[in-house]
Design a protein around this ligand. Sequence first.
Ligand code: ATP
Length: 342
Amino acid sequence: MPLTIKNLSKSFRGFTALRNVDLEVGDGEFLALLGPSGSGKTTLLRIMAGLEQPEAGSVIFDGEDFLAQSPRERRVGLVFQHYALFRHMTVADNIAFGLNVRPGKDRPSKSAIRERVAELLRLVQLEDLGKRYPAQLSGGQRQRVALARALAIQPRLLLLDEPFGALDAKVRRELRRWLRHIHDETGVTTVFVTHDQEEALDLADRVAILKDGHIEQVDTPLDLYQHPSSAFVHDFLGGAVHLPAKVQDGVLTVDGWTTDAPKDAPAGEVILAVRGEDLILSDKGIAASIVTLSPRGPRTRIGIEIEGQALDLERPAHDPLSKLSVGQTVRVRPDLIHLFKS
Ligand code: ATP
């Protein structure tokens, strides 16, 4: 593994921001750090970058002790939410910055730098904008320049902290696709911080979910959906309700409805976690009321309420759930059951 983090802890004046974090990032992998505000994502990224030192633990990159190296020695590329571009420099000079400031013997020749900048401008699709200043660019274009600048030094590790956080939803989605494309072209090992689960699941090969300074689960997007290790992970991925339930003698009871409990179900009081997409209209099941119905051509958006919790689903127009009326109370059962100890 190029990046291996072990037993990392960090606190700020007695407040524990990270505790006993273990994480591995594979060669060329795109890993997202996902978690609510304050869960420690930025702190973990800053430790990888060398902008922060932990109290305990190790960060090994390709067999080297990263913690003993300066940020520059680590050769990491960094992109933040707020474009840290130099306002008085052109786009081309911004991109060339990391190469121009290298000490004499490591600095490429002027023509080599020019060539590299032209190559990067092509890569980030800004060929014609090299002579502009940051103020003459849109927010999305500035983030492209920031990425080109981070890539100029041929980083061993690319670290991005909410790089699209300040952009509107449409530009965000475009840049997301574009970033994944750039990653696949360059093959650079990438760690991406976000609190947006859709962004993480769309972009990353694997997602590490953080909560209160520790990692709850690291897995592929599909495995996180299918095998969430905790109620927190299930809930954080969104679109679910969590209901109190009971398992006894292999039988699951929730809201008066009983069914066979899954084989590996914990016994006693449990939490039944259900996603909207797994619900089926049924004679027997959990009571649900239809709150909104919005037909949108071939698909219908349905807002339902189960035990006071709101849930939005989307179904094809011909689905039985799409044919209900607002105010109706029906019964639904989950096709897929996730149970957690309560
Ligand atoms: P966000 O999504 O809001 O940026 P985050 O998951 O990136 O959150 P961090 O920025 O890593 O979280 O912060 C983790 C915790 O550590 C927070 O409670 C924060 O207040 C605290 N913290 C971070 N940096 C410092 C600092 N320099 N001094 C004191 N506390 C800090």
